[in-house]
Design a protein around this ligand. Structure first.
Ligand code: PMP
Ligand code: GLN
Length: 396
């Protein structure tokens, strides 16, 4: 692990605390999720649900996860053999990689990628094979990838394709056509897909995923799991967590859905990482997943209006704002401000304008692709975003 330093999130959040800057770096909301979910956790703490829960997670939570997958995606998972609770999506991804990869095996993913991927691939002594998600060259353009490049990166050692859509840090959301191409690659090359779907309920209504897709419009969620494509249900490990969808990022309760053989492989690793997790939070997460279905589009609409508020502030400050189709994040091209290194720029931002952001280059192996890109989080109260916009104007 010697090549790994402190995560950028720890560095930038500490910088925000030290300087009193507004933290638009690390992606966490500044308000809590639904009160009844908190009450359920308090109730569980008070009623003695404080000892080790069952290894795969409590039954009520596994049933709620299975119900959620059926309701939104028409995917049927047996809560007893095909669903497992983890310590956030992070543990689920790590345990899945460790379970599937022998030393030297290759993991295909899009670049940029969430920071923990490189670390857990390294822990497995596997090799990451990033394929570029190309940044748009015009404002308003989408990030895109070339399926032929994905296919060309496959070797006999490639075991796993690790997909994150909606995508952190770019805000890219894969369309049905893009997902179909990825699914075909997995089937043709007998890959297992690990899908990081933590932003599944944060796809915005102007995302390309919605266009001409009645199936998407009918459920009012633009996210389409890779597991819904032909041949993928049996070869996908679907991963998500409570953090982003319900604004409880500090709870670190996540889950895995897959066929029984894959779940038991992941369980083998997970049992020696954390054994079990957060007993009193599990019934509360079940309450969250059982909330009325109207919770989800309302939540996404609220976040979409925050996105637009921040976009306006960033554009007024002279930054070139790229398109955000989902997630918590807006990416900006800061070369219009004469910036040549996003990391230096982000380290200096608190002093220059009292705002913290994340340099996108840290999510790349090929950092030169992104020295001009900076990621801003908009999962904050509107008044905080308005104040941030006022401060960002000092950059001009
Ligand atoms: N994947 C992505 C893409 C993320 O942005 C995050 C941050 N929440 C995670 C995984 C980790 O999720 P969790 O906090 O549930 O471990
Ligand atoms: N997922 C969050 C982000 O991308 C941060 C999680 C973390 O701090 N590791 O900002």
């Amino acid at each position: 692990m010697q090549e790994f330093g402190t995560t950028i999130f720890a560095e930038m959040s500490a910088l925000a605390v030290r300087t009193g800057a507004i933290n638009l770096g690390q992606g966490f909301p500044d308000t809590d999720g639904p009160a009844e979910v908190i009450e359920a956790a308090v109730e569980a703490l008070r009623t003695g649900q404080n000892q080790y829960p069952p290894g795969p997670g409590i039954a009520a939570l596994r049933q709620a996860i299975a119900r959620h997958q059926r309701h939104w995606y028409g995917l049927d998972y047996d809560p007893d053999s095909e669903v497992m609770v983890t310590a956030g999506a992070t543990e689920a991804i790590t345990a899945a990689i460790l379970a599937l990869c022998e030393p030297g095996d290759e993991v295909l993913c899009l670049e940029p990628y969430y920071d923990s991927y490189a670390a857990c691939i390294a822990l497995a002594q596997a090799v990451r094979k990033p394929v570029l998600l190309h940044a748009p060259t015009e404002p308003g353009g989408r990030f895109t990838f070339d399926p032929a490049q994905l296919r060309a990166a496959i070797t006999p050692k490639t075991k796993v394709l690790l997909l994150n859509s909606p995508h952190n840090p770019t805000g890219f959301v894969a369309t049905r056509e893009e997902l179909a191409a990825i699914a075909q690659i997995c089937v043709d090359h007998d890959l297992v897909a690990i899908t990081d779907e933590v932003y599944e309920h944060l796809v915005f209504t102007d995302a390309a995923a919605y266009k001409n897709d009645p199936a998407v419009e009918s459920v009012r969620s633009g996210h389409i799991p890779l597991a819904t494509f032909p041949g993928m249900r049996e070869r996908t490990i679907q991963i998500s967590s409570v953090g982003k969808t319900f604004s409880f990022t500090g709870w670190k309760v996540g889950w895995v859905c897959a066929r029984p053989e894959l779940v038991s492989a992941v369980t083998k690793v997970k049992q020696f990482m954390t054994y079990v997790n957060a007993a009193p939070l599990q019934p509360a997460v079940a309450v969250a997943l059982n909330l009325d279905a109207s919770y989800y589009p309302d939540f996404a609409a609220g976040m979409q209006s925050r996105r637009d508020l921040l976009r306006t502030g960033l554009a007024d400050a002279g930054l070139t704002v790229l398109r955000t189709e989902g997630t918590y994040f807006v990416t900006c091209d800061v070369s219009s401000l004469g910036v040549t290194d996003g990391l230096e720029f982000c380290r200096a931002m608190p002093e220059r304008c009292g705002v913290v952001a994340i340099p996108s280059q840290v999510f790349y192996d090929h950092q030169d692709e992104a020295r001009h890109l900076v990621r801003f989080a908009f999962c904050k109260r509107p008044e905080v975003l308005t104040e941030a916009a006022k401060r960002l104007a000092k950059l001009k």
